[in-house]
Design a protein around this ligand. Structure first.
Ligand code: ADP
Ligand code: ZN
Ligand code: MG
Length: 492
């Protein structure tokens, strides 16, 4: 067996409205080459200017990853020639990145470990090349878009751990509101580095799998590499340091280029941008945007509301959903429900009927904050059911009406005559009518009791209860009607 080392380099697009060093719009999917200017096109004599919002978002991620923000951070030019980078260099960070030496805890699916973060640095993205037939097309809209690169230490050991790291990071940056986490559109992409070695011998020769745009591919690509390298080492071969690509159609990696020596990017400090020394006010503005992150929040919700793993996972997938849930529980408590009861009832309602409506109507869970069924309304509905003011079987209808009519559940219950009848006298009258009208069934039920035919007792009494509820227009409390029917059958 070998020891496995995996380190990730994750790039995230920051949600700044404009690019990192110019005022061009930063957006995905616009008409090609419409969001460009002399600065991001690298015309001679132009001056970049730092987008402070990009720096703030970068530092926010750094803080969330427990990184140290240095007293001074600055930019370097990373030289390389490629048509997607019109300046022939990329403005990036090298010697003093904005976040240094952090860590995150990853946890889930039987995995629990600490992954050290080497650094995170701010840089500009390159343009997009589209190769078609004999020509290559260039779209520079993406050139200069704010990009944050997060580099881990080689602390992970399996494709599953790397997948979990990326999923957790994706949730975290979405919670922080700095990245939409859309891997298909390339807002979050990762390069995965992996090496194997005899235990105790330190790092092996690393292979890099580039541009993985789904967390599943990260897992599959890495596990494929681990197998491939294991077989090679077993056969006495040496691993060559190279860059490989994941082929999603063949479920394997293939060599792209060998990388015996690190490319010389001839980094030097960017002369057109001043050193950035974050002052107290800036650091405060970063901390003001810190939020409770998904993993600790999910742990807290499990404990505080006694949710199971699955419930906590779904509720904490989106910050908006977790916020919604907590505020609904609070509202229900205000209306008099006991907290533990409210927590369980609202979780059940949210994850069944409500989630069903949202997915049917294609409402993203991230948008749950804006739906007609406000936290106060779901709390009100929960109370109505808990207090027997309406029956559980009306819930679907009430929910649909809240969405379509934008009214409070109590109003809908009243308007549609969905109030449950809990008055024993009214229900007793209904049962009495059934007794008269269904004399045969009552007789049969008595006989069944006499002979101890449990199955028959059950079905006949359910029939009588159903009839009694129907007598009241479907509004009698099923529990009370049931009690009365049973009493009558036993007593007589
Ligand atoms: P490079 O100079 O090729 O970019 P770095 O040392 O900067 O390599 O590391 C890039 C990423 O690769 C980091 O996430 C790091 O943890 C990981 N890494 C570096 N060396 C190894 C190795 N031998 N095995 C596995 N991962 C590695
Ligand atoms: Zn521009
Ligand atoms: Mg590197």
């Amino acid at each position: 067996m070998y020891q496995t080392f995996i380190g990730l380099e994750v790039h995230i697009h920051l949600l700044t409205k404009t690019k990192v060093f110019c005022g061009c719009r930063s957006a995905f999917g616009d008409e090609p080459n419409t969001n460009i200017c002399p600065v991001c096109m690298g015309y001679p004599g132009v001056m970049p200017a730092l987008n402070i919002e990009a720096m703030r978002m970068g530092c926010l991620v750094a803080r969330a990853l427990n990184c140290r923000i240095p007293e001074k951070t600055w930019f370097e030019r990373k030289q390389y020639f490629y048509p997607d980078m019109p300046k022939n260099y990329q403005i990036s960070q090298f010697a003093s990145p904005l976040g240094q030496e952090g860590y995150v805890e990853i946890e889930g699916g039987g995995i629990k470990k600490k992954v050290r973060i080497r650094e995170c640095h701010l840089e500009e993205d390159a343009g997009k090349m589209i190769h078609t037939g004999t020509v290559s097309l260039l779209d520079y809209n993406r050139a200069g878009v704010s990009l944050l690169e997060i580099v881990t230490e080689p602390d992970m050991e399996s494709g599953e751990e790397a997948e979990l790291f990326v999923q957790q990071l994706r949730r975290a940056v979405r919670y922080l509101g700095v990245c939409d986490g859309n891997m298909e559109e390339g807002s979050l992409r990762a390069d995965a580095n992996v090496s194997l070695n005899t235990p105790g011998k330190g790092l092996g020769k690393k292979v890099e799998i580039k541009n993985l745009n789904s967390s599943r591919f990260i897992k599959l690509g890495l596990n494929y590499e681990i197998k491939r390298q294991t077989a090679a080492l077993d056969a006495g071969k040496t691993i060559i340091q190279e860059t490989r690509l994941w082929n999603e159609n063949r479920d394997e990696t293939a060599s792209m280029r060998t990388k015996e020596n690190a490319q010389d990017y001839r980094y030097f400090p960017e002369p057109d941008l001043p050193v950035f020394a974050p002052d107290a006010a800036f650091l405060q503005s970063v901390d003001d945007r810190l939020v409770e992150l998904p993993l600790p929040r999910s742990k807290r919700l499990k404990k505080e509301y006694e949710l199971n793993d699955e419930q906590a996972d779904i509720i904490c997938e989106e910050k908006a959903m977790a916020d919604y849930y907590e505020s609904a529980v609070k509202e229900a408590c205000k209306l008099g429900l006991e907290r533990k009861d409210a927590a369980a009832r609202i979780a059940n309602r949210l994850l069944s009927d409500v989630k069903h409506i949202l997915s049917r109507d294609k409402i993203d869970l991230a948008c749950i904050g804006g739906i007609k069924l406000t936290p106060a309304r779901i709390a009100e509905l929960t109370i109505l059911v808990a207090n027997g003011k309406t029956s559980n079987k009306n819930v679907k209808q009430i929910l649909e009406a809240v969405f379509s009519e934008d009214k409070d559940p109590a109003v809908i219950v009243k308007e549609r005559g969905l109030e449950q009848i809990n008055d024993p006298a009214i229900i007793a009258a209904a049962v009495k009518n059934v007794w008269d009208a269904e004399a045969e069934t009552v007789k049969a039920a008595m006989a069944a009791i006499e002979s101890g035919n449990q199955k028959k007792i059950k079905s006949l009494s359910a029939y009588l209860v159903g009839k009694a509820i129907a007598e009241t227009g479907g509004r009698a409390s099923p529990e009370i009607a049931g009690q009365q029917v049973n009493e009558l059958l036993r007593v007589k």
